[in-house]
Design a protein around this ligand. Structure first.
Ligand SMILES: Cc1cc2nc3c(=O)[nH]c(=O)nc-3n(C[C@H](O)[C@H](O)[C@H](O)COP(=O)(O)OP(=O)(O)OC[C@H]3O[C@@H](n4cnc5c(N)ncnc54)[C@H](O)[C@@H]3O)c2cc1C
Length: 814
């Protein structure tokens, strides 16, 4: 560790010397950042890192995370050749299936591993046993094997990355505790430690389970809870000359194994999880001296796992236990990392590694270092971005309920459309009781209860998708889809995130941040994207000009913190001090009336002239419904004539009921979010975090129409203009509407894998299953036949010209 006195300034300060902090330091050094200091309140690795089990698996449910873990393996191989090797051993890993559903999961993973050139193979139970001879095959019906997975010594890994960082110029100070953090004008300014104050521009909070307490120093909520996580190590009993066993995961039995010296290390995810130092009323309160320490053995909670391990490896009941580890580890509400810049400028976090931080560390360090240097993520990191968490996570109760639910379901198969059950119902629309009384089946997003569909619309299962896509499917969705196309649907979209941007510089600001020209006059509505400096789509939303210097912005339910946080950051960094961004999500209900009869129905609820000439497409007006002044905006996300109606929450129920009454006799059907998904896929409307994200640009996504050709400047313009286009988003259709892609399936043309599916669903009007995929430009001609792998079986689809429904837009502009 550095013997020099603590500097009084540095560009970047990293807090925490576990695998997270040392990896960020290592990668910052690799990027040439030399003015970097790493601080730890104790020794390096003295948090969760020293007691980790050290398994390194690469394949995860998220493509970005898989790429990150593949980087980890590359890095650990590389470090193994240095003077400070981390004991990287590429022993391979086996995953067992004991149910047909688990086998489907394995085959699905093999399919999308193909799109990463990751050599995941299906092996027979017997082959699995040959690789791991201690195993009993009871109940095993199949398995997968990945030869490049491995194991590493976690402390040595952190030391190896620390050595690399130090060689690159980073200074490391142990036994230096951060006591407080100072900010100025919304940005970090300095950290105060028990050894002095360091002025800085950037802080990276790599505090693991301690990260929430560090973030509280600047009133930032990091929703991580320390959870007790346990494993045991047996006495040595194996032949020292035998080759190293692969790691073994048996998720149906909740257990994992790896070889430890000549014994076995065995752990798992208990069904009765336990938080440590945090509860439903209080944030974590980790003792100031909790370093290099473990928790007491909790055999009662471990019993199910121990019994399961003896069934799978009978030797486990004969050999003694050398040590039992109960260590706390920071878990997040969705088992994904918590990365990125927070609402405080320059205050980054890289924590909450959910017991896969050793596997992830290499990749985490890389993406976070790049994020710090570039000021924006360089990959699609949405699923790991701290900005995916909304304000509900300020509640210890909500956070712990979500984390416990996830911890206990860690090894479960997660089917598409699965809903979280804990901490519900959360936020409700003013029409919630009406929905509940009318057979609504609710889903949850960002703690909002939202209608997925109404059970009383269910009919027969003739369109039910095969396999996983059918698990949470309902025939009601098809009925709601058709009602919207044929008559009209009424959707409760009150959970939309809403903000008012105002002030003398509001117009100038929004035209700098948005790619489209959003300043078209009062009463005009514009769909736009906000690009990052690489031309990638940072967010997309609609902007309605409601006054000379006032704009109403609507974005997706889950994107409030992310999208409005991005606006706040651009405001701060662009010097737009006159601009105010006020989040008003909970002040307005939103109901979307969509379909060919929308005008007839709305006319019965208002005396406003709704004719096309008086109220054109992409215009917004204040009108009266049921004695309430509401904002009606003429636009659509389903490809039909329609209006989104924003009503004050207090009058929301009255307005909803007035619209339902107006639709009586016109075939109006109340509809849910699942129908929106099917309708928008058919019409080709993009969804952020679906087909578009920070890694895709508007040109390849088919969204150039929403990029202003007239504006001289906006963020990302230069990068977009100079970007070489090599791929394009295309629509794929499958004649069998029950053959539904879920996302991540490999797409093959002429025998070669050329891409992977981004999103999929059913189009009930075109009567086909639909998928979207980015493919190399040379393979995007409509009519081209493609093969897509569904659970190990290839099915044929075709690239179709877009949009699949109403290419003339004749339904919308009338
Ligand atoms: C029992 C168990 C088994 C595991 N097995 C695996 C596995 O097999 N594979 C895998 O991939 N992952 C595994 N993990 C997870 C992995 O160990 C962790 O994700 C990882 O070690 C977390 O690293 P970190 O750097 O985020 O946090 P930590 O290692 O906890 O580091 C945080 C550091 O911050 C310092 N700090 C805190 N507050 C301050 C302050 N105010 N000032 C200065 N410094 C401060 C602490 O002293 C600490 O050193 C396991 C975890 C546990 C508990």
């Amino acid at each position: 560790m550095s013997k020099s006195p603590l500097p009084t300034r540095a560009k970047i300060v990293i807090i925490g010397g576990g695998v997270g902090g040392t990896s960020v330091a290592f990668h910052l050094a690799e990027l040439g950042e030399k003015d970097v200091i790493l601080l730890d309140r104790n020794e390096l690795t003295s948090g969760s890192t020293f007691h980790s089990a050290g398994l390194v698996g690469q394949l995860r449910a998220d493509p970005t995370l898989t790429k990150m873990n593949m980087h980890s393996v590359d890095l650990y191989r590389r470090l193994q050749k240095t003077d400070t090797p981390p004991s990287w051993r590429e022993c391979g890993s086996i995953k067992l299936a004991t149910t047909p559903e688990r086998m489907e999961e394995i085959r699905r993973q093999i399919g999308w591993a193909r799109t990463f050139n990751l050599d995941l193979k299906e092996i027979s139970p017997k082959e699995a046993q040959e690789l791991f001879p201690l195993m009993d095959l009871e109940g095993v019906i199949g398995a997968s094997y990945l030869a490049s997975d491995g194991q590493v010594d976690p402390s040595q890994l952190a030391m190896a990355m620390a050595a690399g960082a130090r060689a690159g110029g980073v200074q490391l100070f142990t036994h230096t505790r951060v006591l407080s953090i100072q900010t100025e004008k919304g940005r970090v300014k300095s950290v105060t430690t028990d050894k002095g104050v360091i002025e800085c521009e950037v802080i990276v909070n790599c505090g693991g389970m301690y990260a929430p307490s560090i973030a509280r120093m600047v009133d930032v909520r990091v929703p991580i809870v320390p959870m007790s996580h346990q494993y045991l190590i047996t006495d040595n009993f194996m032949d020292p000359n035998a080759p190293l066993l692969p790691s073994l995961r048996d998720p149906d039995s909740l257990i994992y194994f790896r070889q430890e010296v000549q014994g076995l290390l065995m752990g798992g995810y208990e069904r009765n999880s336990k938080a440590w130092s945090a509860d439903y009323q209080n944030f974590d309160d980790i003792p100031a001296n909790f370093n290099n320490q473990l928790l007491g053995e909790d055999w009662d909670r471990f019993e199910e796992i121990a019994v399961n391990s003896q069934r799978r490896v009978p030797k486990m009941s004969e050999i003694g236990v050398k040590s039992f580890i109960n260590g706390p580890e920071g878990f997040t509400p969705d088992n994904e990392f918590c990365l990125g810049e927070t609402e405080v400028g320059g205050f980054f976090v890289a924590a909450g590694f959910c017991a896969h931080g050793i596997a992830g560390a290499g990749g985490i360090g890389k993406v976070v270092a790049e994020w710090v240097v570039a000021g924006e993520p360089t990959m699609d990191l949405w699923h790991m971005d701290i900005k995916r968490f909304g304000a509900s996570y300020r509640s210890p109760d909500f956070t712990l309920k979500r984390i416990s639910e996830n911890y206990e379901a860690y090894y479960d198969i997660h089917y598409p459309g699965e809903e979280r059950q804990s901490a519900r119902p959360g936020k409700k629309s003013p029409a919630y009781d009406w929905h509940a009384a009318n057979t609504a089946v609710f889903g949850e997003k960002s703690s909002w209860e939202r209608v997925n569909y109404y059970a009383n619309h269910e009919s027969d299962d003739s369109l039910k998708p095969y396999g996983w896509a059918g698990k949470h499917w309902s025939s009601a969705v098809a009925a709601e889809h058709r009602a919207t196309r044929e008559n009209a649907g009424l959707f409760d979209e009150s959970s939309f995130a809403k903000a008012i941007v105002s002030g003398a510089q509001a117009a100038e600001f929004l035209n700098w941040v948005c790619a489209n020209d959003v300043v078209k006059g009062v009463g005009r509505t514009v769909y736009t994207q906000a690009l990052n400096t690489r031309g990638g789509i940072e967010s997309d939303y609609t902007v309605t000009q409601t006054g000379d210097s006032e704009f109403f912005i609507i974005t997706g339910t889950a994107f409030s913190t992310h999208d409005f946080g991005w606006l706040e950051k651009q405001k701060r960094e662009g010097g737009f001090s006159d601009v105010t961004i006020k989040v008003v999500t909970e002040e307005f209900a939103c109901f979307a009336l969509m379909g060919p009869k929308a005008r007839i129905i709305l006319s019965k609820a208002t005396d406003y002239d709704l004719s096309h000439t008086n109220f054109p497409f992409m215009h917004s007006r204040e009108i009266n419904i049921a004695g309430t002044k509401v904002r009606a905006t003429r636009l659509t996300y389903v490809g039909e004539l329609g209006w989104e109606i924003y009503a004050p929450v207090a009058d929301g129920k009255k307005v909803w009921e007035a619209l339902i009454s107006a639709g009586a006799g016109e075939g109006l059907m109340p509809c849910g979010y699942r129908a929106i998904e099917s309708l928008r896929l058919e019409k080709g409307y993009r969804a952020w975090a679906g087909e578009i994200n920070t890694e895709t640009n508007p040109i390849e996504a088919g969204l150039s129409f929403a990029v202003s050709k007239k504006k001289d400047k906006f963020i990302g313009k230069d990068a977009l203009n100079s970007a070489k286009q090599t791929r394009k988003l295309v629509a794929l259709t499958f004649d069998d509407i029950r053959q539904v892609p879920l996302g991540n399936e490999p797409v093959r043309i002429n025998g070669s894998v050329v891409g992977r599916v981004k999103s999929g669903g059913q189009g009930y009007t075109i009567n086909k299953a639909i998928g979207y995929a980015y493919l190399p430009l040379e393979h995007t001609t409509p009519g081209t036949t493609v093969d897509v792998e569904f659970f190990g079986t290839w099915a044929t689809g075709v690239i179709c010209a877009e949009p699949l429904f109403d290419p003339e837009n004749s339904k919308i502009r009338l």
